[in-house]
Design a binder for this molecule. Structure first.
Ligand SMILES: C[S@@+](CC[C@H](N)C(=O)[O-])C[C@H]1O[C@@H](n2cnc3c(N)ncnc32)[C@H](O)[C@@H]1O
Length: 251
């Protein structure tokens, strides 16, 4: 779908959070895998999406994937992070960076045998952001920052806040509530996307999200002067995107 709509090698950045293998469908409108508990077939599907992302990205473009490992009772955890790393390296991406999104309060407290030892399970308070890069295909395409228009340079230059994000890759950002209030069960916070867009793009560049949900990635990209595109299967969530965009345009 994405590759039928968007041209190859034009996108500077992809920021996304896919449906997580191991997580049950939260409501009928939420599009997910045929069987989310089937680790291999769910990741086989995601791998095809990462392959399309690779084709859409320009040389040195970044793919940022928010995902984490899901506890699954007796079988242990679904190692989603390791599997996405393996699949993306397999496709040809380079793994450049890993940020930890520290979400703060957990939805579920410590469990298992707690307060007795040995069978305890930790609360889930963090997720990963894996930053992959498409390697240079043709050396003459390398971007020379000094050739970027001075106005774009001025609008995109990173400040002391970004210095802090790079000094400490544990990002303390509380979990987003707005998308949830509007009716999407799993959204990420604007600030998470804001950091990635500022770190990895100049203004006027393309930012894409193949699983846009309530529209967070596209909305933040547009707010920061980039060009945002998103894809979503659920009509209910597309309606939420439209509502959020209409509200954003008031400012
Ligand atoms: C984790 S949510 C993304 C939420 C988003 N980051 C936000 O802040 O609103 C994943 C989304 O992917 C959508 N989805 C699942 N399969 C899809 C597919 N094949 N194509 C497009 N969207 C899909 C789901 O309906 C869901 O809204």
């Amino acid at each position: 779908m994405m590759d039928a709509v968007l041209p190859r090698s034009k996108t500077a950045l992809i920021v996304t959070s896919p449906p997580y293998p191991g997580v049950d469908q939260p409501e009928p409108d939420y599009a997910t895998f045929v069987d989310p508990k089937d680790f291999n077939s769910s990741h086989d599907f995601l791998k095809e999406v990462w392959r399309v992302c690779y084709n859409l990205l320009e040389d040195l473009g970044r793919l940022c994937i928010n995902i984490y490992d899901i506890p699954s009772g007796a079988a242990g955890m679904y190692p989603n992070v390791a599997r996405v790393q393996r699949d993306c390296l397999d496709i040809g991406f380079v793994l450049r960076e890993e940020f930890i999104w520290a979400k703060g309060a957990s939805y579920s407290p410590p469990s298992g045998s707690f307060p007795m030892p040995k069978g305890v399970l930790a609360a889930n308070t963090f997720e990963m952001v894996l930053v992959f890069q498409k390697p240079l295909q043709f050396s003459q395409r390398r971007v020379d920052p000094s050739k970027i228009h001075p106005e774009v340079q001025a609008a995109s230059k990173l400040g002391s806040d970004a210095h802090g994000w790079l000094m400490d890759p544990v990002w303390h950002i509380s979990a987003e509530r707005e998308g949830r209030k509007l009716g999407h069960p799993f959204t990420y916070p604007d600030e998470l996307v804001e950091r990635l867009v500022k770190l990895y793009t100049y203004t006027n560049e393309w930012v894409v999200d193949p699983f846009v949900g309530s529209g967070t990635t596209a909305l933040v990209a547009e707010k920061l002067g980039r060009i945002g595109y998103g894809f979503e299967l659920s009509d209910k969530y597309i309606a939420i995107c439209e509502k959020r965009f209409a509200k954003g345009s008031l400012f």
